[in-house]
Design a protein around this ligand. Structure first.
Ligand SMILES: *Cc1c(COP(=O)(O)O)cnc(C)c1O
Length: 237
């Protein structure tokens, strides 16, 4: 048994907020400059209801269908902000365009095009972060850093339904904090490059998860995506 399985959601949320605030203070940052995105994938609607009752409003899913189903089950709550954080196939763009408020996994032109087409039909807009590949692992999705400027310029010019607000990344999955920090530092540098080039809306940095959010906050994360440290261990069975 670990602490996560015996404590309540309220206790875990409180402990998480303390760690986030301390990490911000250590970095000389305002704790209010870091948003908590609750990653609810694999957890059911009741768990999200409980988290919502504790004051959380931003929830993230990594599968389009799961996002759509939970949004329908929780429609009565009204103020939930649904965020897509998983790799999205273009044939699922329709579901995300219909129900999500934000996508953080925008990683290629075909997806931007598909989303823009569906959003136009729906008469909706979607906030978007560009997922960049900073990790060395083969399996991680994300746009190659050297293609970022052209991609952002093209999406801004051709997809007005997508409101670009910044960048997202997943660090290498390793115990070496220097490697993890290097991924986050790279994303922060890429943002500075975009801001310097006049892409003034690209202010957000979504980086850090349960295992590495303190390092991400030290490197300037504005959004941390936390699942298991909040909801407990995931059961994929
Ligand atoms: C699952 C997931 C997270 C949260 O992971 P935890 O380790 O449970 O905090 C964050 N970001 C993405 C893209 C994810 O898929």
């Amino acid at each position: 048994m670990n602490a996560t399985s015996t404590s309540t959601l309220a206790q875990r949320l409180q402990a998480l907020r303390v760690r986030m605030d301390l990490a911000a203070q250590r970095a000389g940052r305002d704790p209010l400059s870091v948003q908590l995105l609750a990653v609810s994938k694999t957890f059911d609607a009741d768990a999200i209801r409980e988290a919502h009752a504790l004051g959380l409003t931003h929830f993230a899913e990594n599968k389009a269908q799961e996002l759509r189903e939970k949004a329908a089950q929780l429609a009565d709550l009204g103020d939930i902000v649904w965020v897509m954080i998983g790799h999205l196939q273009t044939n699922k763009a329709k579901e995300v365009a219909r129900v999500a408020h934000e996508i953080q996994s925008l990683d290629r032109w075909e997806l931007a095009e598909a989303l823009h087409k569906r959003l136009t039909l729906e008469g909706r807009t979607l906030r978007a972060l560009v997922q960049v590949k900073t990790a060395n692992e083969e399996s991680k999705f994300g746009l190659a850093p050297e293609r970022l400027h052209d991609f952002v310029a093209r999406v801004q010019a051709e997809c007005p339904t997508l409101q670009l607000q910044g960048l997202m990344t997943l660090a290498d999955h390793t115990d070496d904090p220097a490697v993890v920090r290097g991924c986050f530092a790279q994303l922060a540098r890429l943002r500075e490059g975009l801001l310097g080039a006049g892409f003034a809306s690209m202010t957000r940095l979504s980086m850090g998860m349960s295992g590495d959010f303190e390092l991400a906050i030290a490197e300037g994360a504005t959004d941390v995506r936390v699942g298991s440290a909040l909801f407990g261990a995931r059961d994929y069975a």
